[in-house]
Design a protein around this ligand. Structure first.
Ligand SMILES: Nc1ncnc2c1ncn2[C@@H]1O[C@H](COP(=O)(O)OP(=O)(O)OP(=O)(O)O)[C@@H](O)[C@H]1O
Ligand SMILES: [Mg+2]
Length: 252
């Protein structure tokens, strides 16, 4: 089994060495839980430790904002970009809806070993609104309707869009992290309630504020083709990014 190491000590151990190569993994969590940090760190480590090319598709923070975030953790994003090891692609979702074609062109040209889409939630929301997304989704729904009529609910449209997107991503055979916003107290594992079933893996990030103390923990909820740690894992966001807390410190 070839694995893609996150380069985050403790997380790779919990993943029995890393994410199985080619898996599409959902990284979900509430606001400020560290989704973008973990996703960026995955690409930074891939490039600087393993010489693997990483493509960061951002629908939320633009290039300048991502540079600011990387500098904050001391990551040499500009260096890695000039060495052609990392590419930032910012998609302004208010402009155009040619998302799938743009991703295709980027992947064919850049040939990444790692992909991040931050965030999947913004993206699917925008595809839902855009004409192309609707057209694709509706044509898929119509095919199914010839067999058995199903209501054209928003959920069906969203599901079709996600299937299309994830099918396309799987075809690349590139290890991919998709971030998904998860409101507090949300029962599902993704904002759409669908992607956790069609992705190969799910890692959920939690933030617990108790009095003046706060705790961050994550859980690998699913990782196809691999055994993995099932328990909750404590982590912190420190000056160099995500750090997994050693198990010993939990036993105090
Ligand atoms: N230098 C630092 N030291 C410690 N913690 C930091 C540092 N820089 C950022 N953080 C923490 O990281 C958090 C931001 O993480 P990040 O942007 O990755 O979260 P996110 O899950 O992507 O959030 P969003 O839902 O807004 O996209 C900040 O709210 C802050 O708590
Ligand atoms: Mg973010």
């Amino acid at each position: 089994m070839v694995r893609t190491k996150t380069g985050i000590q403790g997380l790779d151990k919990a993943l029995m060495g890393g994410i199985p190569e080619g898996n599409i993994v959902l990284l979900s969590g509430g606001a400020g839980t560290g989704k973008s940090t973990l996703a960026m760190q995955f690409l930074m480590n891939g490039a600087s430790l393993f010489g693997e090319r990483g493509l960061y598709i951002s629908t939320e923070q633009d290039r300048d904002e991502l540079m600011k975030a990387a500098n904050n953790f001391g990551w040499k994003l500009d260096d890695l970009e000039s060495k052609n090891l990392v590419k930032i692609a910012y998609f302004d979702i208010t402009e155009g809806n040619d998302f799938l074609n743009r991703v295709d062109t980027l992947v064919q040209n850049f040939k990444p070993k790692r992909i991040v889409i931050d965030s999947m939630t913004t993206l699917t929301d925008s595809l839902m609104i855009s004409g192309i997304g609707k057209k694709d989704a509706f044509s898929m729904v119509q095919i199914q309707e010839t067999v058995s009529p199903i209501p054209r609910t928003e959920k069906v449209v969203a599901k079709s869009i996600l299937y299309n997107l994830i099918k396309k991503l799987k075809h690349y055979k590139v290890t991919t992290l998709l971030t998904s916003e998860l409101p507090e107290e949300h029962k599902a594992l993704s904002a759409d309630g669908i992607s956790e079933f069609i992705t190969d893996g799910v890692i959920v990030l939690h933030y617990l504020g108790i009095g003046s103390a706060n705790f961050r923990n994550l859980q690998i909820r699913k990782m196809r083709y691999s055994s993995h740690e099932k328990d909750i894992i404590s982590y912190s966001i420190a000056s160099k990014g995500i750090e997994i807390q050693a198990e010993e410190s939990l036993e105090i």
